[in-house]
Write a protein that binds this ligand. Structure first.
Ligand SMILES: NC(=O)C1=CN([C@@H]2O[C@H](COP(=O)(O)OP(=O)(O)OC[C@H]3O[C@@H](n4cnc5c(N)ncnc54)[C@H](OP(=O)(O)O)[C@@H]3O)[C@@H](O)[C@H]2O)C=CC1
Ligand SMILES: O=C(O)C1=N[C@H](C(=O)O)C[C@H](O)C1
Length: 268
């Protein structure tokens, strides 16, 4: 940390989340954009990219070259899972704390990330969702599932999303699974006449993924009981909704020495 500013590298600067994050960094006095990692535009400056603030930070296509030349405290990755994995590894190699918002990792990936950080005593955060309301819905869902073990998750996103189900839906199901007895839901003899009609299934819970233009990021968790239904819903109407959580993750990762998977583990 130079001048008490947290020096940040953003991977995915042209993306919907990456560009919003760079705006957030430019508006946060104790943050500084050290560089960006893009899959094109090597040698250009962030200020040359359309729609980004006037910050003279270099762009690298090779993350190793970035970390060899630039002093950084934190990497924020908002790309795709394959790139995210490579970026995570490079960050750990160079002692840079990763804050990963990218979704689409498997449980094995997360376990490997955890091991790598622990080997280096380095802090890192993987946040399936940075929106505080979405994190609360996950926590409330975990609470509700003790009383309503029959759950279906519906996640709705913009049609440019590549992974399904969403990282948030997967994490929601995992949190519910921790407190609820395994349960195969629906009729034991139910049969799909069109494949996929009942959505994805994890531990007996069903997850349905909707993709439509106009949407941003939304999730409903439906709990059914005798004669009643409880619905928990969260809507992100824009990408600013994630920025409080991104800022909080960057601040918090500076004092961690292990992996935190999910902001619910560090929010008061
Ligand atoms: N945790 C959270 O709260 C949130 C997480 N997300 C997740 O964040 C990720 C990004 O989402 P979003 O911004 O909507 O997606 P976008 O597709 O808008 O942005 C991804 C960007 O990453 C770039 N990219 C791809 N490969 C590389 C690479 N190797 N190095 C550098 N940049 C690369 C893409 O470039 P190109 O277009 O040329 O391929 C693109 O500009 C997704 O995994 C999404 O699920 C999204 C919202 C919130
Ligand atoms: O791709 C997105 O947009 C989002 N991805 C994350 C996910 O997969 O859960 C977080 C949020 O839902 C937006």
């Amino acid at each position: 940390m130079e001048n008490n500013k947290i020096r940040i590298v953003v991977a995915g600067p042209r993306g919907k989340m990456g560009s919003e994050t760079i705006h957030m960094i430019s508006e946060t006095p104790h943050f500084e954009l050290a560089a960006a990692v893009d899959n094109k535009n090597d040698g250009m400056s962030v200020r040359d990219l359309e729609g980004l603030p006037d910050i003279d930070a270099p762009i690298y296509t090779d993350i190793e070259a970035c970390f060899s030349n630039i002093k950084a405290d934190v990497l924020i990755d908002l790309t795709h899972p394959d790139a995210g994995k490579a970026h995570f590894q490079a960050a750990v190699d160079y002692g840079v704390r990763p804050v990963i918002g990218t979704s689409g990792f498997t449980n094995d990936d997360v376990a490997r990330f955890e091991q790598k950080l622990s080997d280096k005593n380095l802090g890192g955060i993987i946040a399936p969702n940075f929106a505080i309301g979405a994190v609360l819905v996950m926590k409330f869902s975990q609470m509700a599932s003790k009383y309503f073990p029959d759950v279906e998750i519906i996640e709705l996103h913009h049609d440019q999303k590549r992974d399904a189900p969403s990282g948030t839906a997967v994490k929601t199901a995992e949190m519910i699974q921790k407190v609820r007895e395994s349960k195969k839901q629906g009729h034991p003899d139910e049969k799909e006449t069109i494949k996929g009609a009942r959505g994805a299934e994890t531990d007996g819970m069903h997850i349905h993924s909707v993709r439509l233009p106009g949407l941003v990021a939304h999730q409903e968790v439906l709990f059914g009981g005798e004669g009643e239904m409880l619905t928990l819903r969260h809507d992100s109407f824009n990408r600013k909704s994630f920025m409080t959580g991104v800022r909080f993750a960057v601040e918090t990762v500076m004092s961690l020495d292990t992996l935190v998977y999910g902001l619910e583990n560090i929010l008061d």
